[in-house]
Write a protein that binds this ligand. Structure first.
Ligand code: 1CP
Length: 424
């Protein structure tokens, strides 16, 4: 365990969710109106970004405001190798976390989830919090990701959606017409109460380990809403952009706002960073992404624009649109396993920190092959302003958790090159 991080439970703030009074927030639940030109330059400004400053906008008990997570290895690399005070300094160890680190690969998750549906478990604060903490305890990863799902804000708005085991999100009434979009419900901020409580409980246990909040990007969310269930090619939403662009616009705007507000609620409740998942954006051609999707993802991220947290933008198969993921207003770009990080840097610019991109398939390989792959990923990411190790997509459910723990140990054992700062 490094000096600047602690595993869940081992360092507590001394307070528990039960006794912590809801923190006073000076930030409104909605952000001020955004200037799109300003958003477009945000990715380039990462090194000088105000990601660590201006924490007074956060509620008093927030881990960033209390200084708990500001100098974590994760935030340092998300800021491009800078300490909270803005000075160049490398962390004591290389940060790593895994998308889908909570979930079926963990026996403790499977036993806790028994008899509870996926969405029920997300909306039961003590369960969601415990599941979020499990992989941090087990693997000593450098961040927790909030246990929830991209469809949770839809469910909280009253939309009938379930997660079918082994399938994914399934909707009772898919969206196909202008009238369907018009009838989409409004979401009251109070509906986020179970999410807020789960986040508060979690950060009270995490101490100096940051929690990452997340949401689904408008295209990925709308893809499920139009198809009504997981699909391979996402033909429904891709056709709607062209056959009924007005309906597409209205749906994507609705999805952007609901996702943006979901992330904002998590950040105000205690998350120190946020990730927008556009998992299926790789099914779009570059022109369609630029013309019909980019501004909506920017709109989702703009809900965090006044909050001092790094924003990560990730999608699979997005090698051809990586620069656009950055310019949508992200500080950090997540890269899937299909292109080397050095190629990603040549596409997004050396000033943009990257996250990724260990191939999940390698988790099944013999250790020497996996170790060599992890070392190649680290070498390939060396040209980026910052690098947070992760997988190129989620942890496959059949992964041996001991392999993940060993990957974390390996990454933590690989120091930064001599001559570079090694800070706190
Ligand atoms: O029974 C189970 O265990 C359900 C499996 C599961 C889990 C563990 C689902 C159903 N969602 C989740 C949790 C979840 N979903 C997290 C938890 C935090 C973590 O990473 O540890 C996160 C971040 C998500 C986000 C999510 N849900 C995404 C984006 C990330 C990604 O994997 O690309 C997507 C696309 C979903 C939809 C979804 N929910 C569940 C499944 C199986 C799917 C994908 C279905 C499909 O293939 O289309």
């Amino acid at each position: 365990m490094s000096s600047e991080t602690s595993t869940a439970g081992s360092t507590s703030t001394g307070s528990t969710a039960a006794d912590s009074t809801p923190a006073e927030s000076t930030a409104p639940l909605s952000p001020p109106a955004q200037d799109t030109a300003a958003q477009d330059t945000a990715a380039q400004d990462t090194a000088d970004s105000a990601a660590d400053r201006g924490t007074s906008v956060l509620p008093e008990g927030h881990p960033l405001r209390k200084g708990l997570t500001a100098d974590s290895a994760l935030l340092n690399q998300y800021r491009g190798g800078r300490a909270a005070d803005g000075s160049h300094r490398l962390p004591g160890r290389r940060p790593v976390w895994f998308m889908r680190q909570a979930g079926r690969s963990l026996p403790e998750y499977r036993s806790l989830r028994e008899g509870t549906t996926m969405l029920e478990s997300c909306l039961t604060p003590d369960m969601a919090s415990e599941i979020t903490l499990q992989p941090v305890r087990r693997h000593d990863v450098d961040a927790a990701i909030f246990f929830s799902d991209i469809v949770i804000p839809l469910r909280l708005a009253g939309i009938e959606v379930e997660i079918a085991p082994g399938v994914g999100p399934v909707f009772s009434s898919p969206v196909s017409s202008a009238a369907d979009v018009k009838n989409l419900p409004e979401l009251d901020d109070d509906a986020f109460a179970p999410v807020v409580e789960a986040v508060q409980r979690t950060v009270a246990e995490l101490g100096t380990t940051p929690l990452i909040g997340f949401a689904g990007a408008p295209f990925t969310l709308a893809a499920y809403m139009v198809e009504g269930r997981p699909s391979r090619d996402h033909l429904g939403p891709r056709a709607m952009m062209h056959s009924d662009p007005e309906t597409w616009e209205a749906l994507a705007e609705w999805a952007a706002d609901i996702s943006g507000r979901f992330m904002r609620a998590q950040v105000l409740a205690g998350a120190s960073a946020a990730q927008l998942f556009d998992s299926w954006a790789g099914s779009l051609g570059r022109e369609d992404y630029a013309d019909h999707v980019h501004r909506h993802s920017a709109r989702a991220l703009s809900h965090l624009a006044d909050l001092p947290v790094p924003k990560v933008h990730f999608g699979t198969g997005t090698g051809e649109i990586l620069d656009l993921l950055g310019s949508a207003g992200a500080d950090v770009v997540g890269v899937d396993y299909r292109i080397p990080l050095a190629t990603a840097t040549s596409r997004v610019g050396a000033g943009t920190p990257l996250q990724g991109n260990i191939d999940p398939a390698l988790l099944r390989a013999e250790w020497p092959a996996l170790e060599a792959h992890v070392r190649r990923v680290i070498a390939s990411g060396a040209g980026a302003a910052g690098h947070v190790l992760n997988l190129g997509h989620g942890v496959p459910p059949d992964t041996d958790p001991e392999v993940l723990t060993r990957v974390v140990e390996l990454i933590h054992s690989i120091g930064y090159p001599q001559g570079e700062d090694s800070g706190s």
